[in-house]
Design a binder for this molecule. Structure first.
Ligand code: ATP
Ligand code: MG
Length: 252
């Protein structure tokens, strides 16, 4: 049976999409059928895998109750990796969903037989704790929280963990935190080292051993429409995301 991971942090630009795309590519490369679901109206994950922002069916259709994830899965250039693409209209879902009672269950209802078809399903969330992210957290088994190693990293983290507990209690008792992944880490700066130490002290069991370094290849791979392991398989970013994928799989 497959596992569903949400990649979430309401803070913008912390490495959610980079983590979603590259962990998905690494587990697919390791031999597992994998589905990436782009839940962000920015369509960054969709474009990062070289797909257009106007495909049907898409993630909006799934949230509207008009498709299952399996039916909306499109193949990518990466073997064993499929994607449910986003469209810019997903921005409207954030306003439409709250008007309908029970709408936080839409994505869960759209799972269909995704667990039978895919060993890993990875949900890339938008930078908010709005209705679309709530849908992802209700549908997921585990959450991975990317945390950028910078001064404001800890700010907002308490709020995120509170929201996760609330969803656990009220809507999805099976939800657990797989871990926090430190991203865009620059080991040469004292600030990055301090933030890392503080996070490991606060959340000793949660922070993954792997740290994702700031890496030019990781930043430029999306502009070529491919994951970093296809862009430059031997760069530090590829090594780090392979290591993270191993750690995620090992935590089960
Ligand atoms: N380790 C890294 N090294 C260098 N650049 C990175 C790294 N991780 C992410 N980036 C770049 O930083 C920017 C933000 O990353 P990303 O899009 O993954 O964050 P996000 O949390 O998904 O953002 P949003 O909240 O807008 O969805 C992107 O331009 C991305 O290419
Ligand atoms: Mg993103």
């Amino acid at each position: 049976m497959g596992t569903i991971y949400a990649i979430a942090n309401q803070k913008g630009g912390v490495g959610k999409t980079t983590t979603a795309v590259n962990v998905a590519a690494c587990v697919a490369e390791a031999g597992y059928p994998t589905l990436l679901v782009d839940l962000d109206a920015q369509c960054n994950a969709t474009v990062a895998l070289g797909l257009a922002k106007d495909l049907r069916p898409n993630a909006y259709d799934c949230l509207a109750g008009e498709s299952t994830l399996v039916d909306a899965a499109h193949p990518t250039a990466v073997e064993r990796l499929a994607i449910v693409p986003a469209i810019p209209d997903l921005a409207a879902a954030g306003m439409e969903l709250p008007r309908v009672a029970g709408s936080e269950l839409r994505l869960r209802s759209a799972l269909g037989d995704v667990r039978e078809r895919f060993a890993f399903t990875i949900l890339d969330c938008p930078p908010s704790l709005g209705p679309v992210t709530v849908n992802a957290l209700v549908a997921a088994d585990r959450v991975i929280v990317p945390v950028q190693t910078e001064y404001f990293a800890l700010e907002g983290l308490a709020g995120l963990l509170d929201t996760l507990s609330l969803i656990q209690r009220e809507l999805n008792p099976r939800l657990t935190v797989a871990g926090m992944i430190l991203t865009m880490h620059d080991g040469r700066t004292r600030l990055a080292r301090d933030v890392e130490r503080e996070l490991r002290e606060h959340f000793p069991a949660l922070v993954f051993d792997t740290v994702i370094p700031r890496n030019v290849r990781l930043g430029e791979a999306p502009s070529f429409g491919r994951p970093v392991i296809h862009h430059d398989p031997h760069c530090a970013g590829s090594d780090a995301y392979f290591e993270l994928a191993r750690e995620v799989a090992a935590r089960g």
